[in-house]
Write a new protein. Structure first.
Lengths: 86, 196
């Protein structure tokens, strides 16, 4: 799980163009939206594409994203339980 | 008569304000050059990094032109030859393979040239009239007439006019601000000189 969380942090920084932020700057339980990393609605869509492209997970209901994308911790947990790509 | 006090030209690895060189590109490419200007100007606007190259170019040109501008009633009239083709091509690459069909929302939102106007408006809190014209070359006459109409009818206090081009790594921006008083007469001859 720790390796997956590290990988996720690197991918989030890459796909969302988070300049001047390193994986070490993102805490596992830190909020990704709102006061945390300050991501926006387009970033949320980009994270949905990331789940599909890298982990083979298609979100049937985009509203699921609110819970899944709370933090790197919740994302990693969801990916570990639902991934179809290794 | 209407006039121009300030104009910005970005081309061939250099940035000029009223013809005086402000920055020379000593970096590897366009993105690094724009990032250096962003850093040296002390700009704190993380969304800059998410913009496509056309918007980064327009953003930096507007930033330099409107740096100490307090007026908020500024209309925006931009133009280029190829709309958002550079980003359109990037988007197309993400959807051409049915087996790897992963269009990027962050790329897709930049597949319209008037997003440049949106980014400038958000940054400078402008809620003004705007238009983006696609033309083979800078439409100096149309821009002059449109800008003067906006000023004359009091639909704007100032008008930012500009050419913003980015395609396959080649880039150019020529931005100028039209107002009621200033040093350079707002004539087609002077506009052509600024954007030549």
């Amino acid at each position: 799980m720790e390796a997956l969380k590290q990988e996720l942090k690197e991918r989030i920084i890459e796909v969302l163009n988070l300049e001047d932020i390193t994986p070490a700057d993102i805490q596992d339980t830190e909020a990704l939206f709102g006061d945390g990393l300050g991501l926006d609605s387009i970033d949320a869509l980009e994270l949905i594409v990331l789940l599909d492209k890298e982990y083979g997970i298609k979100l049937a209901d985009p509203k699921q994203g609110k819970e899944i994308f709370q933090s790197v911790e919740t994302m990693a947990q969801f990916i570990a339980e639902n991934r179809t790509k290794l | 008569m209407y006039a121009i006090n300030k104009f910005i030209n970005i081309q061939k690895d250099a940035i000029f304000e009223n013809g005086i060189c402000l920055f020379k590109n000593e970096e590897d490419g366009f993105s690094a050059f724009m990032k250096r200007v962003y850093k040296e100007r002390g700009i704190n606007y993380p969304k800059f990094y998410k913009m496509d190259d056309l918007c980064k170019l327009a953003f930096i040109a507007a930033e330099l032109l409107l740096g100490d501008e307090e007026e908020k009633d500024i209309a925006l009239l931009l133009s280029n030859r190829e709309a958002s083709l550079d980003t359109d091509l990037k988007h197309q690459q993400t959807i051409q393979d049915a087996a790897a069909y992963f269009p990027s929302p962050a790329v897709f939102v930049y597949t319209l040239p008037n997003i440049t106007i949106g980014e400038i408006s958000i940054r400078h809190a402008l809620k003004s009239e705007s238009a983006f014209f696609i033309a083979e070359r800078f439409p100096a006459e149309r821009m002059q007439q449109y800008a003067q109409y906006l000023l004359k009818t009091k639909k704007a206090v100032k008008v930012l006019c500009g050419w913003v081009h980015f395609l396959n790594g080649e880039y150019r921006a020529d931005f100028y601000l039209v107002e009621t008083h200033g040093n350079i007469a707002h004539t087609i001859e002077n506009i052509n000189e600024i954007t030549k």
